[in-house]
Design a protein around this ligand. Structure first.
Ligand SMILES: Cc1ncc(COP(=O)(O)O)c(C=O)c1O
Length: 452
Protein backbone atom coordinates (compact mmCIF):
# COMPACT_ATOMS: atom_id res chain seq x y z
CA UNK A 1 0.00 0.00 0.00
CA UNK A 2 2.68 2.53 1.04
CA UNK A 3 4.72 2.12 -2.16
CA UNK A 4 1.57 2.23 -4.28
CA UNK A 5 0.30 5.45 -2.71
CA UNK A 6 3.70 7.12 -2.85
CA UNK A 7 4.10 6.12 -6.48
CA UNK A 8 0.59 7.37 -7.25
CA UNK A 9 1.19 10.70 -5.54
CA UNK A 10 4.40 11.12 -7.57
CA UNK A 11 2.45 10.43 -10.76
CA UNK A 12 -0.32 12.84 -9.78
CA UNK A 13 2.18 15.57 -8.95
CA UNK A 14 3.93 15.03 -12.29
CA UNK A 15 0.55 15.26 -14.04
CA UNK A 16 -0.20 18.57 -12.33
CA UNK A 17 3.30 19.90 -13.05
CA UNK A 18 2.85 19.29 -16.78
CA UNK A 19 -0.58 20.90 -17.00
CA UNK A 20 0.79 24.33 -17.74
CA UNK A 21 3.00 23.20 -20.59
CA UNK A 22 0.75 20.75 -22.42
CA UNK A 23 -2.06 21.23 -24.93
CA UNK A 24 -5.27 21.87 -23.01
CA UNK A 25 -7.18 19.40 -25.17
CA UNK A 26 -5.67 15.93 -25.44
CA UNK A 27 -3.93 15.34 -28.74
CA UNK A 28 -5.62 12.99 -31.26
CA UNK A 29 -2.70 10.54 -30.70
CA UNK A 30 -3.36 10.47 -26.94
CA UNK A 31 -7.04 9.80 -27.54
CA UNK A 32 -6.20 7.00 -30.01
CA UNK A 33 -3.89 5.64 -27.30
CA UNK A 34 -7.00 4.74 -25.29
CA UNK A 35 -7.35 1.78 -27.67
CA UNK A 36 -4.49 0.22 -25.68
CA UNK A 37 -6.84 -0.26 -22.71
CA UNK A 38 -7.82 -3.93 -22.50
CA UNK A 39 -11.39 -4.56 -23.58
CA UNK A 40 -11.84 -7.93 -21.90
CA UNK A 41 -11.63 -8.35 -18.13
CA UNK A 42 -8.55 -10.40 -17.27
CA UNK A 43 -9.06 -13.71 -15.52
CA UNK A 44 -6.20 -13.27 -13.07
CA UNK A 45 -5.48 -10.37 -10.67
CA UNK A 46 -2.96 -7.73 -11.72
CA UNK A 47 -0.48 -5.98 -9.44
CA UNK A 48 -2.05 -2.65 -8.33
CA UNK A 49 1.13 -0.77 -9.29
CA UNK A 50 0.73 -2.01 -12.88
CA UNK A 51 -2.91 -0.95 -12.84
CA UNK A 52 -1.93 2.58 -11.78
CA UNK A 53 0.91 2.67 -14.32
CA UNK A 54 -1.54 1.69 -17.05
CA UNK A 55 -3.96 4.41 -15.95
CA UNK A 56 -1.28 7.05 -15.84
CA UNK A 57 0.52 6.06 -19.04
CA UNK A 58 -2.58 5.63 -21.15
CA UNK A 59 -5.30 7.77 -19.63
CA UNK A 60 -3.45 10.78 -18.17
CA UNK A 61 -2.42 12.03 -21.65
CA UNK A 62 -6.00 11.54 -22.89
CA UNK A 63 -7.51 13.83 -20.26
CA UNK A 64 -8.62 17.39 -20.89
CA UNK A 65 -6.50 19.78 -18.82
CA UNK A 66 -9.51 20.96 -16.82
CA UNK A 67 -7.40 21.25 -13.69
CA UNK A 68 -5.03 23.62 -15.49
CA UNK A 69 -5.06 27.40 -15.82
CA UNK A 70 -6.39 27.80 -19.39
CA UNK A 71 -9.52 25.67 -19.59
CA UNK A 72 -12.43 28.05 -20.16
CA UNK A 73 -15.13 25.61 -21.29
CA UNK A 74 -18.52 24.97 -19.69
CA UNK A 75 -18.24 26.38 -16.13
CA UNK A 76 -15.40 24.37 -14.63
CA UNK A 77 -13.09 25.16 -11.78
CA UNK A 78 -9.84 23.36 -10.98
CA UNK A 79 -8.97 21.92 -7.60
CA UNK A 80 -7.53 24.20 -4.95
CA UNK A 81 -4.43 22.63 -3.35
CA UNK A 82 -6.13 22.21 0.04
CA UNK A 83 -9.25 20.77 -1.58
CA UNK A 84 -7.34 18.22 -3.66
CA UNK A 85 -5.18 17.17 -0.72
CA UNK A 86 -8.28 16.87 1.48
CA UNK A 87 -9.87 14.73 -1.22
CA UNK A 88 -6.87 12.35 -1.08
CA UNK A 89 -7.04 12.15 2.70
CA UNK A 90 -10.81 11.63 2.64
CA UNK A 91 -10.25 8.85 0.09
CA UNK A 92 -8.02 7.13 2.63
CA UNK A 93 -10.67 7.64 5.33
CA UNK A 94 -13.29 6.03 3.05
CA UNK A 95 -16.17 7.22 5.19
CA UNK A 96 -19.76 6.46 4.34
CA UNK A 97 -20.87 9.89 5.48
CA UNK A 98 -24.54 9.13 5.85
CA UNK A 99 -25.09 8.98 9.59
CA UNK A 100 -23.47 11.11 12.30
CA UNK A 101 -22.88 8.31 14.77
CA UNK A 102 -21.03 6.27 12.14
CA UNK A 103 -18.81 9.07 10.86
CA UNK A 104 -18.86 11.94 13.35
CA UNK A 105 -15.74 13.54 11.87
CA UNK A 106 -17.06 14.03 8.36
CA UNK A 107 -20.60 14.79 9.55
CA UNK A 108 -19.21 17.55 11.78
CA UNK A 109 -17.17 18.98 8.88
CA UNK A 110 -20.38 19.15 6.82
CA UNK A 111 -22.19 20.98 9.60
CA UNK A 112 -19.38 23.52 9.89
CA UNK A 113 -19.03 23.99 6.15
CA UNK A 114 -22.80 24.48 5.83
CA UNK A 115 -22.67 27.14 8.50
CA UNK A 116 -19.90 28.98 6.63
CA UNK A 117 -21.71 28.68 3.31
CA UNK A 118 -24.97 29.99 4.73
CA UNK A 119 -23.06 32.99 6.02
CA UNK A 120 -21.20 33.53 2.70
CA UNK A 121 -24.43 33.37 0.68
CA UNK A 122 -26.30 35.44 3.31
CA UNK A 123 -29.02 32.82 3.57
CA UNK A 124 -31.33 32.38 6.58
CA UNK A 125 -29.25 31.07 9.48
CA UNK A 126 -31.38 28.02 10.16
CA UNK A 127 -31.91 26.76 6.66
CA UNK A 128 -31.34 23.11 5.87
CA UNK A 129 -28.58 22.02 3.54
CA UNK A 130 -27.36 19.03 1.57
CA UNK A 131 -24.08 18.02 -0.03
CA UNK A 132 -24.89 16.36 -3.34
CA UNK A 133 -23.09 15.50 -6.56
CA UNK A 134 -23.67 18.76 -8.37
CA UNK A 135 -26.08 21.51 -9.17
CA UNK A 136 -28.43 19.22 -11.09
CA UNK A 137 -28.97 17.10 -7.98
CA UNK A 138 -29.06 20.25 -5.86
CA UNK A 139 -31.90 21.57 -8.04
CA UNK A 140 -33.57 18.16 -7.77
CA UNK A 141 -33.26 18.05 -3.98
CA UNK A 142 -34.46 21.60 -3.42
CA UNK A 143 -37.37 21.10 -5.81
CA UNK A 144 -38.27 17.87 -4.02
CA UNK A 145 -38.56 19.98 -0.85
CA UNK A 146 -40.65 22.54 -2.77
CA UNK A 147 -42.92 19.78 -4.07
CA UNK A 148 -43.31 18.45 -0.54
CA UNK A 149 -44.16 21.86 0.93
CA UNK A 150 -46.56 22.98 -1.79
CA UNK A 151 -48.51 19.72 -1.61
CA UNK A 152 -48.41 19.57 2.19
CA UNK A 153 -50.08 22.97 2.21
CA UNK A 154 -52.83 21.44 0.08
CA UNK A 155 -53.18 18.57 2.56
CA UNK A 156 -51.31 15.98 0.46
CA UNK A 157 -48.31 13.90 1.53
CA UNK A 158 -46.44 13.35 -1.72
CA UNK A 159 -43.76 11.10 -0.23
CA UNK A 160 -46.41 8.64 0.95
CA UNK A 161 -49.07 9.02 -1.71
CA UNK A 162 -47.10 9.90 -4.81
CA UNK A 163 -48.36 12.25 -7.48
CA UNK A 164 -51.26 10.23 -8.89
CA UNK A 165 -54.39 12.04 -7.79
CA UNK A 166 -52.41 14.83 -6.08
CA UNK A 167 -53.49 18.47 -6.23
CA UNK A 168 -52.00 20.28 -9.22
CA UNK A 169 -48.62 22.00 -8.97
CA UNK A 170 -47.81 24.83 -11.37
CA UNK A 171 -44.19 25.48 -12.22
CA UNK A 172 -42.98 28.81 -13.59
CA UNK A 173 -39.49 29.15 -15.09
CA UNK A 174 -37.60 31.73 -17.12
CA UNK A 175 -37.29 31.06 -20.86
CA UNK A 176 -33.51 30.74 -20.29
CA UNK A 177 -33.71 28.30 -17.35
CA UNK A 178 -30.86 25.77 -17.36
CA UNK A 179 -31.62 22.29 -18.70
CA UNK A 180 -30.94 20.83 -15.25
CA UNK A 181 -34.15 22.48 -13.99
CA UNK A 182 -36.15 20.64 -16.65
CA UNK A 183 -34.33 17.40 -15.91
CA UNK A 184 -35.08 17.79 -12.19
CA UNK A 185 -38.74 18.55 -12.86
CA UNK A 186 -38.94 15.44 -15.03
CA UNK A 187 -37.37 13.27 -12.33
CA UNK A 188 -39.83 14.68 -9.79
CA UNK A 189 -42.83 13.76 -11.91
CA UNK A 190 -43.61 17.43 -12.51
CA UNK A 191 -42.82 17.16 -16.21
CA UNK A 192 -40.10 18.77 -18.28
CA UNK A 193 -42.69 20.48 -20.50
CA UNK A 194 -45.50 21.17 -18.04
CA UNK A 195 -44.03 24.57 -17.19
CA UNK A 196 -45.01 28.17 -17.81
CA UNK A 197 -42.09 29.97 -19.42
CA UNK A 198 -41.62 33.64 -18.65
CA UNK A 199 -40.04 35.77 -21.41
CA UNK A 200 -36.52 37.09 -20.86
CA UNK A 201 -34.55 40.16 -21.93
CA UNK A 202 -31.48 40.22 -24.16
CA UNK A 203 -29.25 39.01 -21.29
CA UNK A 204 -31.55 36.10 -20.46
CA UNK A 205 -33.05 37.75 -17.36
CA UNK A 206 -36.62 36.81 -16.55
CA UNK A 207 -38.95 39.77 -17.00
CA UNK A 208 -40.70 40.15 -13.67
CA UNK A 209 -43.43 42.21 -15.36
CA UNK A 210 -44.35 39.14 -17.44
CA UNK A 211 -44.89 36.74 -14.53
CA UNK A 212 -48.22 34.89 -14.73
CA UNK A 213 -50.69 34.97 -11.86
CA UNK A 214 -49.14 33.05 -8.94
CA UNK A 215 -50.77 31.12 -6.13
CA UNK A 216 -49.86 28.84 -3.25
CA UNK A 217 -49.61 25.83 -5.58
CA UNK A 218 -46.88 27.50 -7.68
CA UNK A 219 -43.14 26.89 -7.69
CA UNK A 220 -41.18 29.67 -9.41
CA UNK A 221 -37.64 28.77 -10.52
CA UNK A 222 -35.32 31.72 -10.97
CA UNK A 223 -31.67 31.78 -11.95
CA UNK A 224 -28.66 33.48 -10.43
CA UNK A 225 -26.06 33.34 -13.21
CA UNK A 226 -27.09 32.38 -16.73
CA UNK A 227 -24.74 29.74 -18.12
CA UNK A 228 -24.16 31.83 -21.25
CA UNK A 229 -24.26 35.45 -20.12
CA UNK A 230 -23.82 35.21 -16.34
CA UNK A 231 -26.94 37.39 -15.95
CA UNK A 232 -29.21 37.24 -12.91
CA UNK A 233 -33.01 37.05 -12.84
CA UNK A 234 -34.61 39.74 -10.63
CA UNK A 235 -35.12 37.17 -7.88
CA UNK A 236 -35.70 39.68 -5.08
CA UNK A 237 -38.56 41.32 -6.95
CA UNK A 238 -40.00 37.96 -8.01
CA UNK A 239 -39.89 36.76 -4.38
CA UNK A 240 -41.97 39.71 -3.21
CA UNK A 241 -44.65 38.92 -5.82
CA UNK A 242 -44.49 35.17 -5.27
CA UNK A 243 -44.62 35.32 -1.49
CA UNK A 244 -47.62 37.62 -1.54
CA UNK A 245 -49.37 34.81 -3.41
CA UNK A 246 -47.97 32.07 -1.16
CA UNK A 247 -45.80 30.58 -3.94
CA UNK A 248 -42.38 28.94 -3.47
CA UNK A 249 -39.29 30.46 -5.11
CA UNK A 250 -36.30 28.29 -5.97
CA UNK A 251 -33.01 29.80 -7.18
CA UNK A 252 -30.63 27.94 -9.47
CA UNK A 253 -27.33 29.59 -8.60
CA UNK A 254 -24.91 26.98 -9.89
CA UNK A 255 -22.10 29.48 -10.04
CA UNK A 256 -23.83 32.85 -9.64
CA UNK A 257 -24.51 32.43 -5.93
CA UNK A 258 -20.76 32.79 -5.33
CA UNK A 259 -21.04 36.45 -6.38
CA UNK A 260 -22.07 36.98 -2.77
CA UNK A 261 -18.45 36.40 -1.71
CA UNK A 262 -17.03 39.22 -3.81
CA UNK A 263 -17.70 42.78 -2.59
CA UNK A 264 -17.85 44.24 -6.10
CA UNK A 265 -20.25 41.54 -7.37
CA UNK A 266 -22.50 41.12 -4.32
CA UNK A 267 -25.05 43.61 -5.71
CA UNK A 268 -26.01 40.92 -8.24
CA UNK A 269 -27.50 38.67 -5.59
CA UNK A 270 -29.38 41.32 -3.63
CA UNK A 271 -32.81 39.93 -2.74
CA UNK A 272 -31.83 36.34 -3.58
CA UNK A 273 -31.88 35.56 0.15
CA UNK A 274 -35.66 36.09 0.13
CA UNK A 275 -36.18 32.83 -1.78
CA UNK A 276 -37.25 29.49 -0.29
CA UNK A 277 -34.54 27.27 -1.74
CA UNK A 278 -31.21 27.57 -3.51
CA UNK A 279 -28.94 25.27 -5.52
CA UNK A 280 -25.28 25.78 -6.25
CA UNK A 281 -22.07 23.98 -7.11
CA UNK A 282 -18.83 23.70 -5.24
CA UNK A 283 -17.04 22.00 -8.13
CA UNK A 284 -17.42 25.11 -10.25
CA UNK A 285 -16.32 28.33 -8.60
CA UNK A 286 -15.19 27.06 -5.22
CA UNK A 287 -12.70 24.84 -7.07
CA UNK A 288 -13.11 21.58 -5.22
CA UNK A 289 -12.63 18.29 -7.09
CA UNK A 290 -15.61 16.72 -8.84
CA UNK A 291 -18.27 16.06 -7.85
CA UNK A 292 -19.76 18.51 -5.38
CA UNK A 293 -23.02 20.46 -5.28
CA UNK A 294 -25.09 22.06 -2.54
CA UNK A 295 -28.79 22.50 -1.87
CA UNK A 296 -30.21 24.88 0.72
CA UNK A 297 -33.82 25.06 1.88
CA UNK A 298 -35.20 27.78 4.15
CA UNK A 299 -37.56 25.25 5.75
CA UNK A 300 -35.05 22.49 6.45
CA UNK A 301 -37.87 20.24 7.59
CA UNK A 302 -39.35 20.26 4.06
CA UNK A 303 -36.05 18.93 2.69
CA UNK A 304 -35.84 16.39 5.47
CA UNK A 305 -39.39 15.25 4.81
CA UNK A 306 -38.53 14.72 1.16
CA UNK A 307 -35.31 12.78 1.80
CA UNK A 308 -35.11 11.10 5.21
CA UNK A 309 -35.66 7.37 5.64
CA UNK A 310 -35.24 5.04 8.56
CA UNK A 311 -34.68 1.32 9.04
CA UNK A 312 -34.00 -0.87 12.06
CA UNK A 313 -30.40 -1.53 11.03
CA UNK A 314 -29.52 2.16 10.57
CA UNK A 315 -27.99 3.78 13.68
CA UNK A 316 -29.91 7.02 13.16
CA UNK A 317 -28.67 9.77 15.42
CA UNK A 318 -31.03 11.29 17.95
CA UNK A 319 -28.79 14.17 18.92
CA UNK A 320 -27.12 15.19 15.66
CA UNK A 321 -27.71 16.04 12.02
CA UNK A 322 -27.51 12.90 9.89
CA UNK A 323 -26.25 14.03 6.46
CA UNK A 324 -28.35 11.46 4.58
CA UNK A 325 -31.56 12.93 6.03
CA UNK A 326 -31.14 15.72 3.50
CA UNK A 327 -29.82 13.97 0.38
CA UNK A 328 -31.21 11.64 -2.31
CA UNK A 329 -28.43 9.16 -1.48
CA UNK A 330 -28.18 7.04 1.65
CA UNK A 331 -24.58 5.86 1.30
CA UNK A 332 -22.47 8.72 0.13
CA UNK A 333 -18.90 9.99 0.08
CA UNK A 334 -17.98 12.82 2.43
CA UNK A 335 -18.18 15.71 -0.01
CA UNK A 336 -18.14 18.27 2.77
CA UNK A 337 -14.50 17.50 3.53
CA UNK A 338 -13.16 19.26 0.43
CA UNK A 339 -15.63 22.12 0.78
CA UNK A 340 -14.51 22.62 4.37
CA UNK A 341 -10.83 22.46 3.37
CA UNK A 342 -11.30 24.90 0.47
CA UNK A 343 -13.09 27.44 2.67
CA UNK A 344 -10.69 26.94 5.56
CA UNK A 345 -7.68 27.54 3.34
CA UNK A 346 -9.14 30.51 1.46
CA UNK A 347 -10.85 32.33 4.29
CA UNK A 348 -13.28 35.09 3.37
CA UNK A 349 -10.60 37.21 1.74
CA UNK A 350 -9.19 34.37 -0.36
CA UNK A 351 -12.65 33.46 -1.60
CA UNK A 352 -13.39 37.10 -2.42
CA UNK A 353 -10.11 37.30 -4.32
CA UNK A 354 -10.90 34.11 -6.29
CA UNK A 355 -14.28 35.47 -7.43
CA UNK A 356 -13.08 39.03 -8.03
CA UNK A 357 -9.99 37.91 -9.95
CA UNK A 358 -11.82 35.52 -12.27
CA UNK A 359 -14.45 38.21 -12.98
CA UNK A 360 -11.65 40.67 -13.74
CA UNK A 361 -10.13 38.18 -16.17
CA UNK A 362 -13.49 37.82 -17.91
CA UNK A 363 -13.62 41.60 -18.33
CA UNK A 364 -10.04 41.58 -19.69
CA UNK A 365 -11.00 38.96 -22.29
CA UNK A 366 -14.01 41.04 -23.31
CA UNK A 367 -11.97 44.22 -23.54
CA UNK A 368 -9.17 42.61 -25.59
CA UNK A 369 -11.61 40.99 -27.99
CA UNK A 370 -13.65 44.18 -28.40
CA UNK A 371 -10.52 46.23 -29.09
CA UNK A 372 -9.66 43.81 -31.88
CA UNK A 373 -13.09 44.36 -33.45
CA UNK A 374 -14.84 41.20 -32.22
CA UNK A 375 -18.40 41.45 -31.00
CA UNK A 376 -18.98 40.68 -27.32
CA UNK A 377 -22.62 39.67 -27.07
CA UNK A 378 -23.20 39.93 -23.32
CA UNK A 379 -22.82 42.44 -20.54
CA UNK A 380 -19.84 40.94 -18.73
CA UNK A 381 -21.15 41.20 -15.18
CA UNK A 382 -19.58 37.99 -13.91
CA UNK A 383 -17.13 35.41 -15.25
CA UNK A 384 -18.84 34.61 -18.56
CA UNK A 385 -18.00 36.12 -21.96
CA UNK A 386 -19.81 35.46 -25.23
CA UNK A 387 -17.97 36.47 -28.36
CA UNK A 388 -18.93 36.35 -32.02
CA UNK A 389 -16.27 36.44 -34.73
CA UNK A 390 -18.73 37.16 -37.51
CA UNK A 391 -21.03 34.62 -39.15
CA UNK A 392 -21.80 31.25 -37.57
CA UNK A 393 -19.36 29.28 -39.75
CA UNK A 394 -16.44 31.61 -39.04
CA UNK A 395 -17.11 31.55 -35.29
CA UNK A 396 -17.37 27.74 -35.28
CA UNK A 397 -14.15 27.43 -37.32
CA UNK A 398 -12.27 29.70 -34.92
CA UNK A 399 -13.49 27.69 -31.93
CA UNK A 400 -12.34 24.43 -33.52
CA UNK A 401 -8.94 25.86 -34.47
CA UNK A 402 -8.47 27.29 -30.99
CA UNK A 403 -9.27 23.94 -29.41
CA UNK A 404 -6.87 22.15 -31.81
CA UNK A 405 -4.10 24.70 -31.33
CA UNK A 406 -4.09 23.83 -27.62
CA UNK A 407 -3.15 27.06 -25.80
CA UNK A 408 -6.57 27.20 -24.19
CA UNK A 409 -9.99 25.60 -24.55
CA UNK A 410 -13.30 27.38 -25.11
CA UNK A 411 -16.58 25.90 -26.24
CA UNK A 412 -19.36 27.20 -28.44
CA UNK A 413 -22.99 28.05 -27.96
CA UNK A 414 -25.90 29.70 -29.68
CA UNK A 415 -27.13 32.73 -27.77
CA UNK A 416 -30.56 34.00 -28.80
CA UNK A 417 -29.89 33.01 -32.42
CA UNK A 418 -26.21 34.07 -32.54
CA UNK A 419 -23.44 31.50 -32.70
CA UNK A 420 -20.81 32.45 -30.14
CA UNK A 421 -17.69 31.28 -28.34
CA UNK A 422 -18.09 31.01 -24.57
CA UNK A 423 -15.28 31.98 -22.23
CA UNK A 424 -15.91 30.97 -18.64
CA UNK A 425 -13.18 31.93 -16.18
CA UNK A 426 -13.68 29.77 -13.12
CA UNK A 427 -10.31 28.36 -12.09
CA UNK A 428 -8.19 29.43 -9.14
CA UNK A 429 -5.14 28.45 -11.23
CA UNK A 430 -5.67 31.08 -13.95
CA UNK A 431 -3.21 33.97 -13.72
CA UNK A 432 -2.79 37.23 -15.68
CA UNK A 433 -0.23 35.58 -17.97
CA UNK A 434 -2.69 32.79 -18.84
CA UNK A 435 -5.32 35.32 -19.83
CA UNK A 436 -2.88 37.27 -22.02
CA UNK A 437 -1.51 34.11 -23.63
CA UNK A 438 -5.04 32.80 -24.33
CA UNK A 439 -6.25 36.15 -25.63
CA UNK A 440 -3.27 36.32 -27.98
CA UNK A 441 -4.11 32.82 -29.31
CA UNK A 442 -7.76 33.79 -29.83
CA UNK A 443 -6.81 36.98 -31.68
CA UNK A 444 -4.16 35.23 -33.79
CA UNK A 445 -6.61 32.57 -34.93
CA UNK A 446 -9.42 35.08 -35.41
CA UNK A 447 -7.20 37.35 -37.54
CA UNK A 448 -6.19 34.44 -39.76
CA UNK A 449 -9.78 33.33 -40.29
CA UNK A 450 -11.32 36.77 -40.70
CA UNK A 451 -8.82 37.62 -43.50
CA UNK A 452 -10.12 34.80 -45.74
C1 LIG B 1 -27.15 27.72 -14.17
C2 LIG B 1 -26.73 26.28 -14.13
N1 LIG B 1 -27.54 25.36 -13.57
C3 LIG B 1 -27.19 24.06 -13.50
C4 LIG B 1 -26.00 23.61 -14.02
C5 LIG B 1 -25.68 22.13 -13.92
O1 LIG B 1 -24.66 21.92 -13.00
P1 LIG B 1 -24.03 20.45 -12.77
O2 LIG B 1 -23.41 20.09 -14.07
O3 LIG B 1 -23.05 20.65 -11.68
O4 LIG B 1 -25.12 19.52 -12.40
C6 LIG B 1 -25.13 24.52 -14.63
C7 LIG B 1 -23.88 24.07 -15.22
O5 LIG B 1 -23.14 24.81 -15.80
C8 LIG B 1 -25.50 25.89 -14.68
O6 LIG B 1 -24.70 26.80 -15.21
Amino acid sequence: MRFLLEDTSRRAIRYLDFLDGRNVAPTPESVSGLDRLPVDLAQEPIDPKDVIAELDNIVSPATMAMAGPRFFGLVIGGSLPAALAANWLAGAWDQNSSIYDLTPGTARLEELALRWLISIFRLPQNCGGAFVTGDTLANFSALAAARHAVLARAGWNVESEGLIGAPEIRVVVGAEAHVSIFKSLGMLGLGRNRVIKVPVDNQGRMRADSLPALSSNTIVCTQAGNVNTGAFDPTGEICLRAHEAGAWVHVDGAFGLWAAAAPSRAYLIEGVERADSWATDAHKWLNVPYDSGLAFVRDGEALRAAMAVSAEYLPISKAHRDPSDYTPELSRRARGVEVWAALRSLGRSGLADLIERTCRYARRFAEGLREAGCEVLNEVVLNQVLVSFGDADTTKRIITELQDEGTCWCGGTVWQGHTAMRISVSSWATKDADVEKSLAAMLRIAAKNCKR
